[in-house]
Design a protein around this ligand. Structure first.
Ligand code: IPM
Ligand code: MG
Length: 365
């Protein structure tokens, strides 16, 4: 599921997982995900997930003035994977919470490939007219280490009328090449073998033209994959008007951030969308999280959709080499969506617990 770019650690059976539920509905959906993973282990005794919990996040910040301890990365380093909830708090600025936890982990562990599969799960509907199950089946590959999120820039003349803020997008040949190569490898594993490279190289003539140049060079090594280019604005229209024409998409950190929210909404809800922050070289642990974020409006109400967290757990299993268990979990998730058990974001009335129990039952069946 997360592509052919990596080696596979299959058959080891036993894995150390760091759970960081963090903020908002994170604890609810990660709790639900861990229940489902327990149910999965109950049906496969060779699978053992040794889960350790970390109470990092905004509450930790209120107590300690940091989102995670100074040696947080060292603590996480020995784990096989990180299962992450959400970060963001009403009282603490977003850039503080994000740069204090999630982005430090992504960048510290060089998780340069952010993989976001999107499809309409069985029983769910796209808000697009005439878009059935197989019609929207995409993987968005997001560059996750540089670009618009490189953290370069600054502010000067604070508070004065001449105040200036710069946010510099950074594109390196090495960074662009590795993500494009990852996307080609992934496209190669899919039946359609179609890769759309998204940029804005008509208006941004430096970094974005570097993307185009590198894509053309790398494409020569993949004669079996069809590569095409699309501008990001045109891509939004194409996603809505011609969903069937898209397979694998690769784009910059910010462009793919935006496209992936649109993709999740077109597949039915942000509540189902998963993501993997991968270090494809496997030097460091990779991190798996649902896309939806903290969702303050429903925090603590027991109605969060746990499907994004379950699908994320399936991606984590897949990355660990547990392909069959990942597939079994996806089947159980889709048995539940197909049976019409839906949380409020999908137009239903099922609570987090009910969706979770239904997936556990489907696994045991
Ligand atoms: C996402 C989110 C994050 C991002 C936010 C919370 C910083 O929108 O994972 O898509 O932009 O990376
Ligand atoms: Mg986003």
């Amino acid at each position: 599921m997360d592509g052919g770019a990596e080696g596979v650690l299959s058959g080891m059976g036993s894995y150390r997982i760091a759970a960081i539920p963090a903020d908002g509905i994170g604890p609810e959906v990660i709790g639900a995900g861990l229940r489902v993973l327990e149910a999965l282990q109950a049906t496969d005794p060779s699978l053992r997930l040794d889960v350790e919990h970390f109470d990092w996040g905004s509450d930790y910040y209120r107590k300690h003035g940091l989102m995670m301890p100074a040696d947080g990365l060292e603590q996480l380093r020995p784990f096989d994977a990180i299962y992450f909830g959400a970060v963001g708090d009403r009282e603490i600025p977003d850039h503080v919470t994000l740069w204090g936890l999630r982005l430090v982990i992504c960048q510290g562990f060089d998780q340069y490939a952010n993989v976001r599969p999107t499809r309409v799960l069985r029983g769910l509907e796209s808000p697009l007219r005439a878009c059935g199950p197989g019609d929207l089946d995409w993987v968005i590959v997001r560059e996750n280490s540089e670009g618009e999120y490189a953290g370069m820039g600054g502010r000067a003349h604070r508070g004065h009328p001449i105040e200036v803020g710069t946010e510099v997008a950074v594109f390196t040949r090495a960074g662009v090449e590795r993500i494009i190569r990852f996307a080609f490898d992934l496209a190669r594993t899919r039946p359609r073998k179609l890769l759309t490279v998204v940029t804005k190289s008509n208006a941004q003539r430096h970094g974005m033209v570097l993307w185009d140049d590198v894509a053309a060079e790398v494409a020569r090594e993949y004669p079996d994959v069809t590569m095409e280019r699309e501008l990001v604005d045109a891509m939004t229209a194409r996603m809505v008007m011609k969903p069937r024409s898209i397979d694998v998409v690769v784009a910059t950190n910010l462009h793919a951030d935006i496209l992936s929210d649109l993709a999740a909404a077109l597949a039915g809800s942000l509540g189902i969308a998963p993501t993997a922050n991968l270090d494809p070289t496997r030097r460091y642990p990779s991190m798996f999280e649902p896309i939806h974020g903290s969702a303050f409006d429903i925090t603590g109400k027991g109605v969060a959709n746990p499907i994004g967290s379950f699908w994320t757990a399936a991606m984590m299993l897949d990355h660990l080499g547990e392909r069959a268990n990942a597939a079994r979990l996806m089947d159980a998730i889709e048995a539940v969506t197909a049976a019409g058990i839906r949380s409020p974001d999908l137009g239903g009335t099922a609570r987090t617990d009910e969706v979770t129990a239904a997936v556990c039952e489907a696994l045991a069946a």
